[in-house]
Design a protein around this ligand. Sequence first.
Ligand SMILES: Cc1cc2nc3c(=O)[nH]c(=O)nc-3n(C[C@H](O)[C@H](O)[C@H](O)COP(=O)(O)OP(=O)(O)OC[C@H]3O[C@@H](n4cnc5c(N)ncnc54)[C@H](O)[C@@H]3O)c2cc1C
Length: 382
Amino acid sequence: MENRDIVIIGAGLLGCFAARALSAWEAGVTVLEAREDVCTGISRANTGIVYAGYDTKPGTLKTRLCVRGSRSMEALCRELDVPFSRCGSLMIACGENAERMLRKKLADGMENGIDGLRLLNGAEVRSMEPNLTARITAGLYAPGTGTLDPWALGIAAYENASANGAEFRFGEAVRAIRRDGGGFVLETDGQTYRARAVLNCAGLAADRVRELCEAPLVRLFPSAADYLVLDDVARGFVRHVIFHEPEEKGKGLTLVPTADGNLLVGPTERDREGAPGATGGTGLARLRALCAEIVPELDLGLTIRSFGADRPNPYYVREENGVWQPEARSVNSFLFLSERGLVSLIGIKTPGLTCAKELGDLAAETLLEWLGGAAPNERFDP
Ligand SMILES: Cc1cc2nc3c(=O)[nH]c(=O)nc-3n(C[C@H](O)[C@H](O)[C@H](O)COP(=O)(O)OP(=O)(O)OC[C@H]3O[C@@H](n4cnc5c(N)ncnc54)[C@H](O)[C@@H]3O)c2cc1C
């Protein structure tokens, strides 16, 4: 049996940033990761956007963390030597319904204290992005939006946490957790650990990991997404992140000029069709149709990759005749559950990348408080 102060389950963005935050303190931290490397889950396949903070509900934890995470991203990326592009974004509308949504986002953004937001007419949008369709009637400009490679950020957080003393163990899936005295006993296939506190950052499995020692409360019902990556020959086709707000219900198109110089197209929103992380024919066809509508001149022959992603949609569940049934609507806020030494981050979707450091800091603070504090790590180097 190995003894630790804190065990973190999962080495995605959240686990890596929590480990980094904890490595600033004299606390024995071990991260147990089921897979062979960091960031192979949700942190591998997402849109890589650092959100400005106008897109989330005013007054919520999500908005507070997003605004803080976005504002401090340059400093964080400088510390960790990760390329970051503050390219700005344009949310575009092609009609009255979508324009109404843009005005709502502008009002939310002002309430959230986001600087530089500006409502533009169609001609102004086209002068900034001439390759967009001439059908655009309005746009919401947000200079604070940016983009980076999510795994680059996760790898950097992992390397920094390791250098500061956090331990990472790969190929160690946590199979069992039981409360024991004031702490926990965790079992992987080959090891048993005793921990005083546990942080559950298991991504798509975070609900099931929590249920290894707690009654069901929230379950994840994943949906899928598809992306296309275009060769860097397409560099400069758009210079801002483009969010297309559709006139009808459904998901519009997102275009991201990535920090690497490629063009990322997607994501779709659809039911899972095959294995987790697989692309789907209907999703890819939808992306092509949206491109024909919004960026008709874009040469999709420049596609060099497609990839699929999974959204961890959380629903509160209640028991009915021995079966756990989800509520009608999924939970829209960040679920940060703190239960007697066990902290679970469940169903952290967008903007979890933007907030990764903030969520890691918050988790670390909660765990240290549970442990009654720790001395600072005098050798910590951010
Ligand atoms: C489609 C999509 C697009 C997104 N786009 C953006 C965006 O543009 N901007 C933004 O800010 N946010 C975005 N997000 C959100 C962001 O990507 C996530 O919030 C973040 O990556 C979640 O990281 P994580 O560490 O919780 O999960 P993961 O990266 O999935 O990590 C969980 C880890 O836990 C491990 N694990 C699971 N079970 C066990 C076990 N039993 N034992 C040990 N290890 C285990 C897994 O192997 C995995 O490595 C997007 C999310 C999605 C789904």
